[in-house]
Ligand binder design. Structure first.
Ligand SMILES: CC(C)(COP(=O)(O)OP(=O)(O)OC[C@H]1O[C@@H](n2cnc3c(N)ncnc32)[C@H](O)[C@@H]1OP(=O)(O)O)[C@@H](O)C(=O)NCCC(=O)NCCS
Length: 171
């Protein structure tokens, strides 16, 4: 059975090696998610430890999808910390392991993230993603609206520029 759970930092800690593997899998299969290949275990682990620390501080929410003991995907909602932004959150690091793609897991994670946002009074979600990526199509299907494109936003491992598309959704 496939599940999606909102995890505390303590609940997520035992999954650390699987979360590291999930991030490495996305980076090594060519996705632009903040890191360049080769992504070492240590660097990926450091990223997740910082993430779990922010989960512990209530600054972000971590949703993890799993099946039969495998971590199949995850997504995060980062709270906007500013006083005038208590209604806003950013969707970050939507990742589905290559072995589990095209089964609707990303869509289910996005629905779960939106439900979590609503429960916390967040009525505006923002995100950005690589122009021309699979994720760009996915967000359009999830009814996110395009706010614009920023050229030369990120780099590939070959030093080429990547444009990013900014999306938002009013819940
Ligand atoms: C983007 C990603 C999360 C999609 O995960 P997934 O679980 O395979 O996606 P789903 O099965 O839920 O598909 C949802 C929609 O995405 C789009 N999509 C998914 N895979 C696709 C593909 N290979 N080609 C084109 N569109 C695709 C489709 O619109 C699909 O809708 P449909 O089922 O009605 O056709 C996954 O490819 C991934 O982890 N990529 C690497 C990390 C990344 O780029 N994350 C986004 C960071 S902003």
């Amino acid at each position: 059975m496939h599940t999606i759970e909102l995890l505390s930092d303590e609940q997520a800690k035992p999954l650390l090696p699987k979360l590291v593997a999930l991030l490495q899998d996305s980076v090594h299969s060519g996705s632009s998610v903040g890191f360049l290949p080769p992504l070492t275990f240590e660097t990926a682990e450091e990223y997740w430890l910082e993430t779990l620390n922010e989960v512990a501080l209530g600054k972000r929410i971590l949703l993890v999808s799993g099946a039969a003991g495998d971590v199949t995907g995850s997504v995060q909602l980062a709270r906007a910390g500013k006083q005038n932004a208590s209604h806003r959150a950013e969707v970050q690091k939507l990742l589905v392991h290559t072995q589990f793609r095209h089964r609707g897991i990303a869509r289910a994670l996005m629905v779960a993230a939106e439900e979590s946002a609503r429960k916390r009074g967040r009525t505006l979600l923002v995100l950005d993603t690589e122009q021309g990526s699979i994720a760009e199509k996915l967000y359009e299907k999830c009814e996110y609206k395009r706010a614009g494109v920023i050229p030369q936003y990120a780099l590939t491992a070959d030093g080429l520029f990547i444009s990013t598309v900014l999306f938002y959704k009013l819940l």
